[in-house]
Design a protein around this ligand. Structure first.
Ligand code: FPP
Length: 246
């Protein structure tokens, strides 16, 4: 149910006109959230998936065009096998159950990263979800789920692909064609939960001029109100990108 207060907050943000076009999120703190409640870490991931749904709803309501989330990093393979299996099964479950919801809300989903490392079954479902959420008209929101993603690996891969393509001289602009995020604008705002103040190999190239917003709240507790707080903070900042005035 939409409370009056939620509605007022959204209107205030929308009135300012400066809604970030692209929001990136490091969904941190699932494990700690669970441990604090004496639950297995996996319970934190399950609740994290619900938080992602809330973030998606808020992004769509505010007119954010791209929401890019760090769901599985190249470093996450170092976790215990049981936790990795749980996460991969959670992705499968969401792909099986939630695609009609996305279609109904005109939300496009994209999966970016080293996807070949995943099972053929998961790869097939990801592809099907992408196809089913491709529309003739512009989507309300595009959610990019970064999987087996690392910023450094992405840059090295881009350089190698450019070399294979026999590029003679790259520019900053032409280089971006070789990144997973080709065609996307750079993130305007990056949100990280759980009180950690670092980038952890996420969108290294793309976040050169991104505004960061951190909260101590853990990802499973993330909700629309926190999303709006992050956007409010973004709206108060002056983005100068090295110049004297925005
Ligand atoms: C970080 O918390 C979170 C992850 C490594 C996984 C993110 C996955 C989800 C939110 C699940 C839902 C995703 C989809 C696409 C359905 P952590 O485990 O590093 O927490 P900790 O820092 O407290 O240990």
């Amino acid at each position: 149910m939409l409370s009056i207060w939620t509605d007022i907050q959204r209107r205030r943000l929308l009135r300012s006109g400066n809604i970030p076009k692209h929001v990136a999120v490091i969904m941190d703190g699932n494990g700690t959230w669970a441990a604090r409640r004496r639950l297995p870490r996996t319970a934190g991931h399950a609740r994290g998936a619900e938080a992602l749904r809330r973030a998606t709803t808020e992004a769509a309501a505010l007119g954010v065009e791209y929401l890019t989330v760090y769901a599985f990093s190249t470093e996450n393979w170092k976790r215990p096998k049981a936790e990795i299996d749980y996460l991969l099964n959670l992705f499968l479950k969401y792909l099986r159950e939630k695609v009609p919801d996305l279609v109904q809300n005109k939300i496009t989903i994209r999966f970016l990263g080293g996807l070949k490392k995943f099972s053929p079954q998961l790869q097939k479902l990801m592809k099907a979800a992408e196809q089913k959420t491709t529309y003739a008209a512009k989507p309300l929101l595009t959610v990019n789920v970064m999987l087996n993603y690392g910023g450094r690996a992405e840059i090295v891969r881009a350089v190698n692909t450019a070399l294979q393509a026999k590029e003679k001289k790259l520019t900053e602009n032409s280089f971006t064609r070789y990144l997973y995020t080709t065609g996307l604008p750079d993130p305007d705002l990056l949100i990280r939960t759980s009180g950690q103040l670092r980038l952890s190999n996420f969108l290294l190239w793309q976040s050169a001029y991104t505004e960061f917003w951190f909260t101590r709240k853990r990802w499973p507790d993330f909700d629309g109100r926190l999303f709006r707080q992050a956007v409010r903070s973004f709206q108060r900042r002056q983005r100068r990108r090295g110049a004297l005035r925005a």
